[in-house]
Design a protein. Structure first.
Length: 342
């Protein structure tokens, strides 16, 4: 019988791509999502790609009653991947309590119910934001936390600590914490992708919307940084590669391969690319020009950060594979598909 996995936030951007990879790998998936930042039609996309529609519960992970009922109805859930969280850095500064509630209460609820329902492991979505501005690049998992610059970033640090404290207190659960760098792109089928709400904050959705003529021009936030071309440097990781890291992590926990009950992995390519280089890649890969201008630095931005992914490559056995030009082509195909649907 297929192993059943609960994916919270499974209709969201990274969640939906992970559900596809889980189903492709033979797992059975139950999604819980409150659809606050996603659309029920995502299930059609997942079904079209994999030939299988995952079970879906519309509900909020911060609601213990809903969650308990879900575990009673699906008593055979063996693992959890927790994507249900708010992720807009700027909004978190405006609405800190919303972020602390959504991101922390949901995690507490899941952890509390895991032993009772015999759930063995949880994969947690963390972020390279825990490192702040790195002293050295590439940065590895042993680097200490830097003070968080937003409530969003703080929830990631606190969540990692909650999981670690709980497991070290002897709870019969395991966890793999994945620190994502900058997830970008879309499924190559263009059937699922990112659905930003309103004006995008993140670079790639803003870029593809500009290329599509929805936005007049892209602003590059600063070209006077201490980097080769002056723009910020990031580690852009393809969303399908990232999704596959979750499948590998789940397998590792459930098959008892993990050496430590809590393991932390950087999920990145190991290559830093500047904002201007990414725009170049997009133009080269798609043949579409993106009007852009250089603007002021954005407050709170990190100058440069990219991953040392060797631990994920060797211990987890996962490696980023998709070339960035392909990622940009996929992001563009998804943007075109969104335009067709309107
Ligand atoms: C932010 C968060 C990260 C979170 C990620 C996903 C921080 C420090 N970073 O990453 O934790 O996981 O969002 O939501 O909290 N840029 C432009 N023009 C634009 C938009 C962006 O030049 O219109 C530049 C930014 O200045 C930055 C780069 O593109 O240098 C990437 O920005 P963005 O996509 O917003 O991601 P991060 O800020 O790196």
């Amino acid at each position: 019988m297929a192993t059943k996995i609960l994916v919270t936030g499974g209709t969201g951007y990274i969640g939906s791509h992970t559900v596809v990879e889980l189903q492709n790998a033979g797992y059975e998936v139950v999604i819980i999502d409150n659809l606050s930042n996603s659309n029920i039609e995502v299930l059609d996309g997942i079904e079209a790609i994999t030939g299988r529609r995952p079970d879906f519960v519309k509900g909020d992970v911060t609601d213990m009653g809903t969650l308990r009922k879900l575990f009673e109805e699906h008593a055979d859930i063996k693992g959890i991947i927790n994507f249900a969280a708010s992720k807009a850095v700027g909004e978190s500064v405006q609405k800190p309590l919303l972020y602390y509630r959504n991101n922390l209460v949901s995690l507490l609820n899941l952890l509390e119910l895991m032993p009772e329902f015999g759930v063995k492991g949880i994969v947690f979505s963390s972020s390279c934001t825990v490192y702040g501005e790195p002293d050295v690049n590439p940065i590895d998992e042993t680097a200490p936390y830097k003070p968080a610059t937003s409530p969003y970033g703080n929830t990631k640090q606190i969540s990692e600590e909650i999981i670690t404290d709980f497991v070290h207190a002897g709870a019969p659960v395991k966890s793999v914490i994945l620190r994502y760098f900058n997830p970008v792109g879309a499924h190559p089928s263009a059937l699922i992708g990112e659905l930003p709400n309103g004006v995008p904050n993140n670079l790639v959705p803003y870029l593809t919307q500009t290329a599509a003529g929805i936005r007049k021009e892209l602003t590059v936030f600063g070209n006077d940084y201490d980097t080769p071309d002056g723009s910020c440097v990031r580690d852009f990781i393809d969303v399908v590669d990232l999704a596959k890291a979750h499948v590998t992590a789940m397998h590792r926990m459930l098959e008892n391969d993990s050496t430590d009950p809590v393991e932390i992995f950087n999920i990145g390519t190991g290559r830093g690319l500047s904002v201007l280089e990414l725009i170049d890649s997009f133009q080269r890969a798609t043949g579409v020009k993106v009007p852009y201008k250089i603007g002021a630095r954005r407050e709170g931005d990190i100058e440069k950060i990219w991953a040392e992914p060797t631990k994920a490559n060797t211990v987890l056995g996962w490696k980023a594979e998709v070339p960035v030009d392909d990622t940009m082509r996929n992001a563009w195909a998804w943007q075109c598909r969104l335009a067709e649907k309107k």
